[in-house]
Design a protein around this ligand. Structure first.
Ligand SMILES: C[S@@+](CC[C@H](N)C(=O)[O-])C[C@H]1O[C@@H](n2cnc3c(N)ncnc32)[C@H](O)[C@@H]1O
Length: 298
């Protein structure tokens, strides 16, 4: 697949409810799926942000199509105060956490356990890579990462096996790492509901989260957004695992005086969406409205 299907698109638009002349910030531009839908659903303005330099090429074609109604900023959403101008305020903000299909399906990015490639996993294409962690971190640190960010019960055994292997030669590729995990767990995949879960899923997720400091990114961005919101701004967050969703939930709880949940229950993809786009299966959408009445308590 070298395209990305936007997840929970109609449901997200319902939460964001764009109106002509309003301003939206899409903090996870990716392939521009949500941005494009916003731009098509009203005469609003959208600023897209992504840390992946490859997203810029996709943004260029939206710029040609939508002109002044669209801008793109390359950077991390934890850096909003540096990326945006002081006067920038928004009526809608969206986050669609995690990685895009472009990133997973481009094998040389090293995100996928099913495609032979150098261990990398860096969304921004800079900083420490999965290779550095797997080959140079201590056994204990490696086990902690796999346990904390992957909830992998066999984290210690996996770390021990990695350390054994790298005594002989470096673990260079995605499939080498995946084979180590499979050997330790003793299976290649298990059934989870209607789908199959690859044995290496949790370990890869853990290393990816660590490489990109994903949880701190989310925390920092959510803490900052009250400063760039207009009154009655809407916020949509799409999480893909419990660690992300937990941060959103606890942020919302701590800010309950100025952010009100739009839907009582979280929104999940229906069977049709999961059938058409299996990658949507774990998505959890939450929507909030900001009121500046209690801004000082936010
Ligand atoms: C799930 S994809 C978004 C897909 C997009 N909504 C679409 O429909 O095309 C997530 C995107 O967010 C980007 N991203 C993840 N963490 C980020 C961060 N901390 N700062 C900026 N971009 C980030 C990734 O590089 C990826 O392109």
């Amino acid at each position: 697949m070298n395209y990305h299907i936007p997840v929970l698109l109609n449901e997200t638009l319902e939460i964001l409810a764009p109106k002509n002349t309003e301003r939206a910030l899409d903090c996870t531009f990716g392939g521009g799926g949500h941005t494009r839908a916003l731009l098509n659903s009203s005469e609003c303005y959208v600023c897209g942000i992504d840390r992946d330099p490859e997203a810029k090429f996709r943004a260029d074609s939206l710029k040609i199509q939508y002109g002044d109604r669209f801008d793109f900023l390359l950077g991390r959403f934890s850096q909003l105060s540096k990326l945006l101008k002081n006067s920038d305020k928004f009526d809608m903000i969206m986050f669609d956490f995690g990685i895009s299909s472009f990133q997973i399906d481009t094998s040389e990015r090293g995100f996928s356990f099913s495609k032979e490639a150098p261990l990398d996993m860096r969304m921004s294409k800079e900083g420490i890579s999965a290779y550095d962690i797997v080959n140079f971190f201590s056994e204990r640190d490696l086990a902690n990462i796999i346990w904390t960010y992957g909830d992998e019960r066999n984290a210690r055994k996996i770390a021990a096996e990695v350390v054994e292997k790298r005594k002989i030669s470096k673990v260079e590729t995605t499939t080498q790492l995946s084979d180590i995990v499979k050997k330790v767990l003793g299976y290649s995949s298990i059934r989870k509901g209607h789908s199959k879960l690859d044995a290496a899923t949790k370990t890869f997720q853990a290393i990816r989260i660590f490489v990109n400091d994903e949880l701190k990114e989310i925390n920092d961005a959510l803490e900052y957004i009250p400063q760039i919101l207009n009154n009655n701004a809407r916020i949509a967050t799409i999480s893909f695992h419990a660690l992300e969703d937990r941060i959103v939930k606890s942020w919302a709880k701590s800010k309950k005086n100025c952010f009100f949940q739009i839907n009582k229950r979280v929104i999940k993809p229906n069977k049709n969406e999961i059938h058409e786009n299996p990658r949507s299966r774990s998505a959890i959408l939450r929507g909030f409205v900001y009121t500046e009445d209690n801004r000082e308590r936010c």
